[in-house]
Write a protein that binds this ligand. Structure first.
Ligand code: G3P
Ligand code: CA
Length: 303
């Protein structure tokens, strides 16, 4: 009786906070199986699932007409043929502190973006792959793996009157994925580098776990720095060097019930280890992280 009450209380608390821990050492496919197929295409997502991903990552951008799409960069030119199709639509943008010519995704409608080839830049055998909408990604993945969307460059949208966090909340509602037990076959974890965005997600009670990404250790060199995010986010996604340099980061996070999911593990750069499987194994089993982002889902260490 008492045990049932404790379990029920734990479930209620998890529902209120959006907290959900990983049930095992977890494989997050970074931009899909992006070592083998063009990042953020349905081909990359499907291959990630075939290679056993527990979660498939989406980086999110917002089109001019307010649609969430899966795209890593704020602009389209690195991974599509936008420059050839829309040469006159370039503008000068400051993105993540760098001013350059860019074809910003937020300056294009979904219909325009759907004319682009998002596969040929990677390999001509992927010619014709499209930039997927978030809803298309969910449809391709749900029931087969979890989703791990990142609110990418939220600072761009804050200056353009785009309510990024609300768009994500609406998309989760629309797809029946809001709340920790909404679809047990399709768990959802959100992530962002944007600290204001993470706070906003907590403020609107997004109802799914949020991971704060860390590009540097600034502000997180002490247990108190880590603890200060308890109740706002449910975990951290540090650059992997942060954990390697300071393994206590994992201890501090776990002491507060916060998960640790470092990025990014790549066969092309195994960080001084013999191979990327050995590298991921060191992080997961020696340093004790909970999950890893990797471009190579097939190389995830499985015991
Ligand atoms: O989201 C984790 C990792 O993907 C962060 O780096 O630049 O690949 O989005 P990035
Ligand atoms: Ca990402």
């Amino acid at each position: 009786m008492l045990r049932s009450a404790v379990i029920l209380l734990a479930l209620v608390i998890m529902t209120m906070t959006g907290e959900a821990q990983y049930s095992k050492k977890t494989l997050v496919a970074h931009r899909g199986a992006s070592a083998y197929a063009p990042e953020h295409t349905l081909a990359a997502y499907r291959l990630a699932i075939a290679q056993g991903a527990d979660f498939v990552e989406q980086d999110l951008a917002v089109t001019k007409d307010g649609v969430l799409i899966c795209l890593h960069d704020a602009s389209l030119e690195r991974t599509t043929n936008v420059e050839a199709l829309f040469p006159g639509r370039v503008s000068t943008q400051t993105i993540e502190g760098r001013t350059r010519k860019a074809w910003l995704a937020n300056d294009f409608t979904l219909a325009e973006i759907k004319t682009l080839d998002a596969g040929s830049w990677f390999d001509k055998k992927f010619a014709g792959e499209k930039v997927p909408t978030f809803d298309e990604a969910v449809a391709a993945i749900r029931g087969k793996a979890g989703i791990f969307p990142e609110l990418k460059t939220p600072e761009i949208y804050a200056g353009r009157d785009v309510q990024f966090e609300e768009l994500v909340a609406a998309a989760l509602d629309r797809n029946g994925l809001r709340g920790p037990k909404a679809d047990p076959a399709t768990p959802v974890i959100l992530q962002t580098f944007g600290q204001p965005s993470a706070r906003k997600l907590a403020g609107i009670r997004i109802g799914v776990p949020v991971v704060l990404l860390l590009g540097s250790a600034a502000g997180f060199e002490t247990a108190d720095g880590v603890k200060s995010w308890k109740g706002i986010v449910q975990g951290f996604g540090p650059a992997k060097q942060i954990v390697l340099k300071n393994p206590d980061f994992v201890t501090w996070a776990h002491a507060e019930g916060l998960t640790v999911t470092p990025y990014t593990f790549r066969a092309s750069d195994p960080g001084g280890f013999t191979d990327v499987t050995a590298e991921m194994s060191h992080y997961l089993h020696t340093l004790g992280v909970d999950a890893v982002f990797t471009d190579n889902p097939d190389k995830f260490p499985r015991k």
